[in-house]
Write a protein that binds this ligand. Structure first.
Ligand code: PLP
Length: 366
């Protein structure tokens, strides 16, 4: 079986840097909020162009802390997409808020900006688009709606660190950007990690305090917070991985372009990338019918695949009752047909040809 995401090749390429970084942390022994934490925050902040970066325990924690920082209250509504990982809506619900699901653009699977305004009510507090599969939603249109209605925009950028939206970096396209360093994300650590980005100094300060139990200084708890720090070792690992990140992004772009070409030649439907929205291809995703049979045939050919995501959140048992918004038929249709193919910076063109050839056979094309 070929790897779905080749993290071992990445480790082999970066082993000396990663080991040196880990050793340094073990030598200085500042495992919590050690020097690598601030070093990583400075590097990521500079990379995205946002004025502030606050590392946190995970992408989920980044969403939670961001929502706490904007002051989400019970009963507040947040407009988001049902076609995402559960964490997006989960953190809204955890704070007593109500996720209001709006349908997607069928070709990108991103939140459809054109449908947001109709879902706004006096209780709406924020919009939370997800940069799904590594491509931003139409942030300009989303920000314009938000400005008209004085709403915050939180980009769930868990899959899109490194992506561009009209020349701006993902994570720096709205009020708050929220990244994940889960190992399989485009920029990953070796455990859990995440980061919050904002150019609003007050929100940044709020996030910093919420991250450590609402402390404005040691043992002065100014607000309610969480234990949400990213540990020094994980920050050190991301710092080592940053050394090859630009190369990886270029490789991902090449691999994405090759898949596009091969699949278009084969007549296989795929997620589209829009002009001005450069994807980092956290997932490379196609649309197929009879997905289970197709997945089995690919598996038999030694090719692993994954489904992101099989059930939209508004059809999930935990969310059915409390979700707002109308039905989202486009999200429901996408959930039945999406299939993600092996993708990473280290995938070779030969392997990609093999994947598409197997997919041709599995879908009955020669
Ligand atoms: C991975 C992911 C998250 C959660 O990130 P963790 O670091 O695993 O907590 C949230 N939203 C989306 C869209 C994700 O893909």
């Amino acid at each position: 079986m070929i790897p779905f995401i080749d993290l071992k090749a990445q480790y082999r390429a970066l082993k000396p840097q990663i080991q040196a970084r880990i050793d340094r942390v073990l030598e200085h022994g500042q495992y919590i909020l050690g020097p690598e934490v601030a070093e990583l925050e400075t590097a990521l902040q500079a990379y995205t162009g946002a004025a502030h970066c606050i590392t946190v325990a995970s992408g989920t924690e980044a969403l939670l802390i961001g929502l706490m920082a904007i002051g989400l209250k019970p009963g507040d509504e947040v407009i988001t997409t049902a076609f995402t990982f559960a964490a997006t809506a989960e953190m809204i619900v955890l704070l007593g808020g109500k996720p209001v699901f709006v349908d997607i653009e069928p070709d990108t699977c991103n939140l459809d900006a054109g449908r947001i305004e109709a879902a706004i009510t006096p209780r709406t507090r924020a919009i939370m688009p997800v940069s799904l599969f590594g491509q931003c939603a139409d942030m300009e249109a989303i920000n314009a709606v938000a400005r008209r209605h004085k709403l915050a925009v939180i980009e769930d950028a868990a899959q899109s660190f490194g992506a561009d939206y009209q020349g701006a970096k993902s994570c720096n396209t709205s009020t708050i950007g929220s990244a994940s360093f889960f190992p399989s994300k485009p920029l990953g650590c070796y455990g859990d990690g995440g980061a919050i980005f904002t150019s609003d100094a007050e929100l940044a300060q709020a996030c910093r305090e919420i991250r450590v139990h609402g402390q404005s200084k040691r043992y002065t708890h100014t607000r309610i917070g969480v234990g949400g720090r990213m540990d020094t070792l994980q920050c050190a690992i991301v710092l080592a991985k940053l050394e090859r990140f630009e190369w990886e992004l270029a490789r991902r772009a090449e691999a994405g372009a090759l898949y596009n070409q091969l699949l278009d030649e084969a007549g296989i439907e795929r997620v589209q990338q829009k002009p001005g929205r450069n994807s980092v291809y956290a997932q490379y995703t196609v649309f197929v019918d009879q997905r289970e049979a197709c997945q089995q045939k690919l598996k038999d050919a030694g090719i692993p695949t994954a489904v992101h995501y099989p059930i939209p959140l508004n059809e999930q048992p935990a969310y059915r009752e409390l979700a707002g918004g109308g039905p989202t038929p486009l999200a429901a249709a996408a959930a039945k047909r999406v299939l993600s193919l092996p993708m990473s910076a280290d995938i070779t063109p030969d392997l990609q040809r093999q994947v598409v050839q197997a997919l041709r056979q599995a879908t009955g094309r020669r």
